[in-house]
Design a protein around this ligand. Structure first.
Ligand code: MG
Length: 263
């Protein structure tokens, strides 16, 4: 009998420790386009994603576009070294390399790399496409790939395109989506809640102009993320206002500030 008890106890401990190691990083740090700046990695590269993971960021943000032949690639701008992504094939884009020798990463490669661990989330930004039709094609293909690769737990979606986020929730009601906006583009927390969004992801200036947004969003159970916050005083202001997440080019600085506050 004692042996059974001991075994049972061991099982509980092993489950508990597994749960511990499977926990997502508990901090507000989201590396903007990966952690690229300090080590001079290219933005939106596998190298900057790996660095964000190494730093134990809560999330690593990245931007996606679709090539003419339907490959989803990771890049900020709609062009890659002068080549328009939406009118180029993936193969055509391979002619150019990032400064560290990487080819333009595919979403598939990004997910594969990110899924080697389970502590840092992948914050996927769907970039605006040239037409509504292309935007929906990108949205649907991204959601399909995330599902096909069983990456749903890793992913949070963000976009300036409201309809794209609503489409994601039609395809996957459990998805976490947050609306990106600056200036007049910001919508109320009530509206985000009504549309079943997880949070607001607004430009820092939007919060500065209307700090009541923090309380309002939290009252609706929404998260607040702000971008792109790089200066020490601004990072501290976001922390003081209990921002859930802060998207920054300076994840190392934000970690330093968080460590100082704990002391
Ligand atoms: Mg972005």
């Amino acid at each position: 009998m004692k042996v059974y008890f001991a075994l049972f106890f061991l099982m509980i401990i092993s489950f508990a420790s597994q749960a511990q190691t499977m926990k997502w990083n508990q901090n507000p740090v989201i590396a903007h386009r990966g952690a690229f700046k300090k080590n001079n990695y290219p933005e939106n590269s596998i190298a900057s994603l790996k660095e964000a993971i190494r730093l134990d960021c809560y999330g690593s943000e990245f931007d996606v576009h679709m090539t003419r032949d339907g490959v989803i690639v990771v890049n900020h701008d709609a062009d890659f070294y002068g080549m328009d992504i939406s009118s180029s094939t993936y193969k055509e884009l391979l002619v150019k390399k990032l400064p560290n020798g990487e080819s333009i990463p595919t979403l598939e490669a990004f997910l594969k790399e990110g899924m080697k661990q389970k502590k840092t989330k992948l914050i996927l930004e769907l970039k605006p496409a040239k037409t509504e039709e292309e935007m929906m094609r990108l949205t649907e293909a991204a959601v399909k790939m995330v599902h096909d690769m069983k990456a749903t737990e890793w992913i949070e979606y963000i976009s300036f395109h409201y309809g794209s986020l609503k489409r994601i929730l039609e395809l996957d009601p459990k998805a976490a989506v947050a609306f990106l906006a600056s200036g007049d583009g910001a919508v109320s927390a009530a509206k985000l809640k009504e549309d079943k969004f997880a949070g607001a992801d607004y430009n820092f200036a939007v919060y500065k102009a209307n700090p009541a947004l923090f309380e309002e969003a939290h009252r609706f159970g929404l998260t607040i993320n702000g971008w792109t916050v790089n200066k020490e005083e601004d990072l501290l202001w976001m922390l003081d206002n209990k921002a859930d997440y802060i998207t920054t080019n300076e994840p190392e600085l934000l970690f330093e500030l968080l460590a100082k506050r704990k002391r």
